[in-house]
Design a protein around this ligand. Sequence first.
Ligand code: ADP
Length: 492
Amino acid sequence: MPAPLKVLFVASECAPFAKTGGLADVVGALPKALRPLDIDVRVVMPLYAGMPWNDLDILDGFLTVPMWWGGARARVRVGKLPGSEVPIYCLEFNRYFDRPYLYGPPAEGYPDNLERFTFLSRGSLELCKALGFMPDVIHCNDWQTALIPAYVNTVEWMQPLHAAATIYSIHNLAYQGVFDGGGMFVTGLGREHFNPTELEHFGAMNLTKGALHHSTLLSTVSPTYAREIQTDLYGNGLDGTLAARAGDLTGILNGIDVDEWNPAADTHLPAPFDVNRMAGKAACKAALQKEAGLAVRPDIPIFGVVGRLTPQKGFDVLAHTLDRMLSWDVQLVLLGTGDPEAERFFAWADAHHGDRFRAWLRFDNGRAHRIEAGSDFFLMPSRFEPCGLNQMYSLRYGTLPIVRATGGLVDTVANYDETTGGGTGFVFTDLHPEALANTIGWAVSTWFDRPDHIKTMRRRAMTQDFSWARAAGEYRNLYLRAYEKRRGHAFE
Ligand code: ADP
């Protein structure tokens, strides 16, 4: 039997241990889907405050991670991704990670984030040495791990880890890891790497730029986003760098955790349902209306929104649509946290449109499930969306998404065709209150005038395959390509 491909998967968050967004969902699910493909995949992340550290085993000894100020002695705790044999190693260094937030208070980063994630990046390589686990591929995810490809090419030069291929996956190009150039010493890389090809970008240090240069191959989380980020509209200043490596950049659509998000066996729901037993969905709708303190009415459509209240999600455009939308006989529930200004607005709107609109300004996973299940339509007017998970959850729960044509939303939602009843949702292009209102209006009129189309679209939506098994196969091919590029021969 040939040895399995060895993959080290490094990330700053992983569901269900620590999560602020979709990245954690990917890290919690993709490695589990890789394991059946004969891949020895192992995950590394920091040990944050609030994680179930008592359930994790402690590895003997300490890991010494070279930092600018000396060797950081870290403990390593190890567990398994729930429901799998995938090991997850958590680097314990309380000075950096025993804090209330993963990255900092809302809309701020901790001032020593460069140092914290230098530690994660450097520490993951030291862990490989301590374990005697020499990965064929190191899969890095977002800026918190962006220094790894540079380390593999520099400080590991002529060392066993230098043979590892590196993949850098962009989950959201809006977060690049930008720091003052004066902080180069923190990375441990020489000042000579602060140049416009590697880490320097418009005078600042940009960790993502370093990864785009040093990684063997690049990926992002949907084919459309892979194309978009090579343009100035979506490239966040790195479009030129990305376009220069267009041949090495692949878009692989995320899957969803089909066990966690399964309407037929979802413990958060008052009633289960599936494509052949839709009575449960009606019960979920009634329960959601009740939970929201809205009239329990099966005859009108209810719209759901779940997400971070940041400019990315386009909720400012929704805010400008709200009066018009709520003048119709519809209901809307929103669950989200984020920008204080947005929170204030939606709290105000809740008080003024209380009979039709409910805003819950907190993070509540169970309620996110109940909104997906109980709504008829789901709104995602995103300004940009690398992949997006909520629209896939919606499809699986028979809740038709209304999305802006960007990123992964394009790759997952097919626009309604009035003549044939085709499609799985409603798509608009202009990021403008008028366009959003018109599209919501289109969904409302379809609901009242062509209920048979809604029914067939729901069926179609609920039977799409968004499992991680498909994505895992594509990642495996990417790993094999990276291996061959790095080593000059195929993996065998
Ligand atoms: P992003 O990663 O940009 O935040 P995604 O749609 O890819 O967007 O993933 C968001 C994830 O976070 C989903 O699992 C969603 O349900 C969850 N989520 C976001 N905000 C909340 C909230 N306030 N309460 C519960 N879950 C939330």
